[in-house]
Design a protein around this ligand. Structure first.
Ligand code: ZN
Length: 350
């Protein structure tokens, strides 16, 4: 990142808390950093003081971290020690990805509390769980084959899945639904629910107008770009148009909003960050237009667009991101999607 934008983005702290440790960000709003066993090695969750005294004292928790033994141990410690006798009143999840809802079922059962989220995000992890318990469907294999993924790479995807079936704790069997633009109250503040697509179908962020705080989830991250991808379950989707629309929408919030992202560091300078995120995608779209001078498969385009990720074996993610950019260009009329008789799909600039 170049110096100019670093000046416009002001981080509240130079360094995050250690994994498993907490830190108060503003009065009554605590940051808990949880470890993740991936390249992306952490997720931020937020604990908000709901007030009340004695046995009525409680907090609201936003997101849970992944379902891993070390994360469960951290939650046990937070509940038994860090909260100093305050109970967890409710759990709110921004979206259904496993690093955000991984322990939702476990926490809800353990504490007998309600889970609040959007409908699509409550449903999605249950579909993935069902899917993960079965062998890869022929439709999924066809999706990859039609986009030019070689047979040996598909065989590898199958082998990885068979070796480690999806075993996350199930989500609770009921939940409290909130919708876009609804006002909800937690942490002694009123929050407007902002539901946006792109990274997830119904991702929720929470905006406190009075205090100028945005609990952003994965919609806006501080240093990395949220994944925006086309996956086999929605092969014709155009999530990048949804994502870019969400950036325009969030730009209506004040620039000095305190942004609390799920990965990275809390910061101010929302407009600069939104412009950077939009600029990042604009750059990728321009690169893709260059790569699509003749009809080219998604896999080949991914090799051109994400050389490093493809070399590291991140084929599926690179393909998903590439298709998101290609489908956005198709929506805008700048590219064409061609389906051959044998099912093979290519993209070409118009
Ligand atoms: Zn996510």
């Amino acid at each position: 990142m170049h110096a100019k934008t670093d000046n416009a983005i002001r981080y509240l702290f130079d360094k995050p808390p250690e994994p498993g440790a907490t830190r108060e960000v503003v009065p009554g709003l605590t940051w808990l950093r949880l470890p993740l066993p991936f390249i992306l090695n952490h997720v931020n969750v937020w604990i908000l003081d709901d007030g009340g005294t004695g046995r009525r004292a409680g907090v609201t928790v936003i997101d849970t971290g992944a379902d891993k033994p070390d994360t469960r141990a951290i939650w046990e410690r937070v509940i038994n020690e860090d909260l100093k006798g305050r109970r967890i009143n409710q759990l709110i999840c921004t979206h259904g990805h496993p690093d955000h809802v991984g322990l939702a079922g476990w926490l809800v059962e353990k504490l007998n509390i309600d889970l609040h989220m959007t409908l699509a995000e409550w449903l999605a992890p249950q579909v993935w769980r069902e899917e993960g318990l079965r062998p890869i469907s022929p439709d999924v294999e066809a999706f990859y084959r039609n986009h030019g993924v070689p047979d040996d790479a598909i065989a590898k995807i199958r082998a990885v899945r068979e070796a480690s079936p999806f075993r996350n704790h199930p989500l609770p069997s009921n939940f409290v639904r909130f919708r876009d633009n609804e006002m909800i109250r937690f942490g002694k503040r009123n929050w407007k629910v902002l539901v946006n697509g792109g990274h997830a179908d119904e991702h929720a962020s929470f905006w406190s107008k009075k205090d100028g705080i945005l609990i952003a989830g994965d919609q806006v991250l501080s240093r990395i770009t949220p994944v925006v991808g086309v996956f086999p379950s929605q092969p014709h989707s155009d999530p990048l148009s949804d994502y870019l629309r969400s950036l325009v929408r969030l730009r209506k919030l004040p620039d000095d909003t305190l942004v609390l992202p799920s990965h990275g560091l809390p910061f101010r300078g929302l407009h600069t960050r939104l412009d950077e995120l939009a600029g990042h995608h604009e750059k990728r779209l321009a690169q893709l237009m260059d790569l699509m001078k003749k009809p080219t498969s998604g896999c080949e385009l991914a090799h051109g667009l994400f050389k490093k990720a493809m070399a590291e074996g991140q084929t599926l993610l690179a393909l998903a991101e590439t298709l998101a950019h290609a489908h956005h260009l198709v929506t805008k009329g700048q590219a064409k999607r061609i389906v051959a008789k044998n099912g093979n799909i290519t993209y070409v600039a118009r």
